[in-house]
Design a protein around this ligand. Structure first.
Ligand code: TRP
Length: 334
C-alpha cells in the first residue's frame, strides 16, 4: 500500500521549546514509527525570512540548531526526511502559481497572520512577503503532495488555506493534489511560564529543550501558580495554575498527581513543593535531550549530512510532482 505523506515543519528562528514538543514534536515521534506513513519535515527558512529577513545569520544558525533539537528528541533521519525549504526551488515556483488561486481579502482574513501582525507590531508596514506566507506554506505542503500535517492549533487557518488552494487547482486544471488534513495535538497549546499567553520565543516565556539545569530551575521557580494562594495552609486553585498544566502534560505519575491536586485544593501544600516536583519531572524529560544535543554539537558534519541527504531525497520527489503540475497547466512546452 502507498504510504501517506506527512509534511510538517518549523521556522528556524530559535531553539525549540516545550510548546513545540507538546504541539507537534510528540505527534511526529509517534507517527514516524508507524509504517503507514512517509514523514517529511521542512525547516522553513524562507518563511523565517518573512519575519527575519534582516537577520540572515540568525536564520542560518537556527537551521542547524533546530535540526539538533529534532535529532535530540528522537526524530530518526532514516525514517523522517528532514530538508531545508530554500534548497527546494519547486516550492517557490509553486507559490507563484498558487497566488492566482487566492483572493486577497480572503488571504488577509487569516486569524493567525492577523494575530502576528498585531503581536509583532507591524502596524501599516506589513510586507507582501509576510502577508502571503500562507500561500507559500500551502506550497510547502503540496509540492510533496502532503496528506497529513501534524501541527499546533494556531496552524489551522494555514491548513484550511492549503486545502482551498488544492481544491481550486484540481478543479481548474486536473487532479494533482490531495487535500491535506491537519492533525492537531491533544494538548495543543502549552501556556508560557507566566500563564495566559501561549509559549513563544518572542514573548520570552519559554522553556527550551536545550535549557541547562540552572535555567530550568530558575524558570520553574519563577512560574505563576494561583495568585490568591498566599497562605499555603489555605486551599489553592488548580484551574489556570500553570504549574499544574505542565504537570498534566509531562508528569508520568498520574496517580501521584491526582493526590497532589487533591491536597493542594484542600490546603496545606506549599507552591514551592509543587514546583520542586515539576522541576524534577522536567529535568527527567529534558536532561537526556540536553545530553544528546550537546553530543550532536560536537559533530556538525553529521548535522550537515542529515540535511544534505534529506534535501537531496526531497528534490527528487518534488520534481515528480512538479512534472504533473506543469503538465496540468500546459506549460510543459518541449
Ligand atoms: N508556520 C509554521 C510555524 O510557524 C511552520 C511551517 C512552515 C509549517 N511550513 C510549514 C508547518 C508546513 C507545517 C507545514 O510553526
Amino acid at each position: 500500500m502507498k504510504k501517506k505523506v506527512i509534511l510538517t515543519g518549523d521556522r528556524p528562528t530559535g531553539h525549540l521549546h516545550l510548546g513545540h514538543y507538546v504541539g507537534s514534536l510528540a505527534n511526529r515521534l509517534a507517527l514516524q514509527s508507524d509504517e503507514a506513513y512517509d514523514p517529511f519535515i521542512i525547516i522553513a527558512d524562507v518563511q523565517a525570512f518573512t519575519d527575519y529577513y534582516q537577520h540572515p545569520e540568525i536564520v542560518r544558525q537556527n537551521v542547524f540548531e533546530v535540526t539538533k533539537d529534532y535529532l535530540a528528541v528522537g526524530i530518526d533521519p532514516d525514517r523522517t526526511t528532514i530538508f531545508v525549504q530554500s534548497l527546494i526551488p519547486q516550492i517557490a515556483e509553486l507559490t507563484v502559481y498558487f497566488m492566482n488561486f487566492v483572493n486577497l481579502a480572503r488571504l488577509l482574513r487569516n486569524p493567525t497572520v492577523k494575530a502576528e501582525i498585531k503581536s509583532k507590531q507591524m502596524g501599516h508596514d506589513v510586507k507582501v512577503g509576510f502577508a502571503t506566507y500562507p500561500i507559500s506554506q500551502a506550497a510547502d505542503i503540496l509540492f510533496i503532495a502532503g496528506e497529513v500535517v501534524p501541527v499546533g492549533e494556531d496552524q489551522r487557518p494555514m491548513i484550511e488555506q492549503a486545502r482551498e488552494i488544492a481544491r481550486s487547482f484540481n478543479q481548474t486544471y486536473e487532479l494533482v493534489f490531495p487535500e491535506p488534513e491537519g492533525l492537531y495535538a491533544e494538548v495543543s497549546r502549552l501556556p508560557g511560564i507566566y500563564g495566559n499567553e501561549k509559549m513563544s520565543k518572542s514573548l520570552g516565556n519559554a522553556i527550551y529543550l536545550s535549557d541547562n539545569i540552572n535555567e530550568l530551575r530558575e524558570k520553574v521557580m519563577g512560574m505563576y501558580t494561583d495568585p490568591s494562594h498566599i497562605d499555603y495552609r489555605r486551599p489553592g486553585k488548580i484551574e489556570g495554575n500553570v504549574v499544574f498544566t505542565y504537570l498534566d502534560a509531562f508528569d508520568p505519575d498520574k496517580v501521584g498527581l491526582v493526590e497532589l491536586k487533591e491536597s493542594y485544593q484542600q490546603g496545606g501544600v506549599k507552591d514551592v513543593l509543587v514546583k520542586e516536583r515539576l522541576f524534577e519531572v522536567l529535568e527527567r524529560f529534558i536532561g537526556p535531550i540536553r545530553y544528546r544535543r550537546s553530543e550532536l554539537s560536537k559533530n556538525p558534519e553529521l548535522i550537515e549530512k542529515v540535511l544534505r541527504e534529506g534535501t537531496q531525497k526531497t528534490l527528487g520527489r518534488a520534481e515528480q510532482i512538479m512534472k504533473k503540475v506543469r503538465s496540468a497547466m500546459k506549460i510543459h512546452y518541449f
